[in-house]
Every structure is written in structure tokens, then in C-alpha cells.
Write a protein that binds this ligand. Structure first.
Ligand SMILES: C[S@@+](CC[C@H](N)C(=O)[O-])C[C@H]1O[C@@H](n2cnc3c(N)ncnc32)[C@H](O)[C@@H]1O
Length: 196
């Protein structure tokens, strides 16, 4: 049997492997997708590999360092997907991305190995999240990894969860997925699926 990414079971050591499991489940060849926080490009590369040469991907980050790291990672991997890396805030998503898209991925917080003061912020993350719903195709997903443990992270979680709780249950399936045997401030995943 050939092992495809869909059959590959990551070790679920934390929220990012869980987010990848979800991305693999819901994203495939030819899809249009968004990486709202490309950082060092790990999520972007996964998305690019899944959508392949027929797909389209928009990747955002406010830091040039992140844009460069993502571009280098894609080039090194010989990525063939059509990827547009945008140095700018994900709150401008509606200006750049034409829907419908299959997945929008947020990995919040700061750039690992970078300036910890340059974090995602509650209001701009919320603005981007709300733009995501508009471009999402039915059955499409938004995957968010939240980090309540860092400075400002708890406020971001509080604002996002309050608004996520207001999404109509008939239109959106909204899940909070966190480990139980870790501190309450540990990162966790929220999955939003637009109903069919
Ligand atoms: C946890 S890192 C992302 C990790 C990345 N997905 C990866 O696979 O390496 C969070 C990133 O969000 C970026 N960021 C902060 N505010 C942003 C905004 N308004 N729009 C887009 N990116 C932002 C930071 O610069 C940082 O690189």
C-alpha cells in the first residue's frame, strides 16, 4: 500500500500536529487555501504539498523575515503550487484572496526564533477570521492554533472564543480541541467548518 499524506499519522504531541491532521483530512489537490500566518513556512509547505500544482495558496505575514523563510522553505522543497506570499497583515485577506477557499490556517502568537513582541493581536486576528468565513466554501475549514500562555494571548483567546460562540450552529460547526493533561494555558486548536 502506498502511504499518502492522508494515511500518515502524526504523533499528537501538541496542537500543531493536530492542526496538520485536520488540514490533511480536509485539503487536497487543486484546492485554494490561505495560510494566515506563514512564519517559518511549515504550515505553508504542508498546504502547498497537499494542493499541488493545480492549487492556489495565499500566505500572509507581517515580517519580512517570515516571508523570506517561507519562500526559502518552498523553494528548497521544489514546491510547484501557485503560492503568493504577501508581506502584510491577514486582516487584508479580503483584498488579496478570491474565494471560494477550502481552508484558512491561523497559527497565532509570535515567530519561533523571532521577536516575541511581534505577535498576532486580538482585533486584527478577529478581522481576518471574519473575512475567512466570507471566502470559505461550504465544507471548508478554518483551523486556528491559539497560544493563551504568552503576553496578550489570553486576551486574544477571550475575544476569539466570544465571537466564535456567536456563530450560528446551523451554519458553522465550531470545535475546541485541547489536551486535558497539560496546563490550562497550553496551546490548543479551534476548528470551524462551514456547513454544507
Ligand atoms: C506562530 S507564528 C506562525 C508559524 C508558521 N505558521 C509556521 O508554520 O512556521 C505566528 C506568525 O504570525 C505573524 N503575524 C503576526 N501578526 C500578523 C498579522 N496581522 N498578519 C499576518 N501574520 C501575522 C508573526 O509575524 C509570526 O510569524
Amino acid at each position: 500500500m502506498n502511504l499518502t499524506p492522508a494515511h500518515d499519522t502524526p504523533q499528537l504531541r501538541g496542537p500543531v500536529p493536530l492542526s496538520h491532521l485536520l488540514i490533511r483530512q480536509f485539503t487536497g489537490s487543486g484546492d485554494h487555501v490561505v495560510d494566515a500566518t506563514c512564519g517559518n513556512g511549515h504550515d505553508t509547505l504542508l498546504l502547498a504539498e497537499l494542493i499541488g500544482s493545480q492549487g492556489r495558496l495565499w500566505a500572509f505575514d507581517i515580517q519580512q523575515k517570515a516571508v523570506d523563510a517561507t519562500a526559502a522553505r518552498l523553494a528548497e522543497a521544489g514546491c510547484t503550487a501557485a503560492v503568493e506570499i504577501i508581506r502584510g497583515g491577514h486582516e487584508t485577506m479580503a483584498q488579496h484572496c478570491s474565494g471560494p477557499v477550502k481552508a484558512v490556517v491561523f497559527n497565532l502568537g509570535y515567530l519561533p526564533g523571532g521577536d516575541h513582541a511581534l505577535v498576532t493581536l486580538p482585533e486584527s486576528t478577529l478581522a481576518a477570521l471574519e473575512q475567512s468565513y466570507a471566502i470559505l466554501q461550504p465544507g471548508g475549514i478554518v483551523v486556528i492554533t491559539l497560544y493563551p500562555g504568552h503576553e496578550g494571548g489570553a486576551q486574544e483567546r477571550t475575544l476569539l472564543e466570544a465571537r466564535l460562540a456567536q456563530l450560528p450552529a446551523a451554519g458553522f460547526h465550531v470545535w475546541r480541541m485541547g489536551q486535558i493533561n497539560v496546563p490550562a494555558t497550553a496551546p490548543y486548536v479551534v476548528l470551524v467548518q462551514k456547513a454544507l
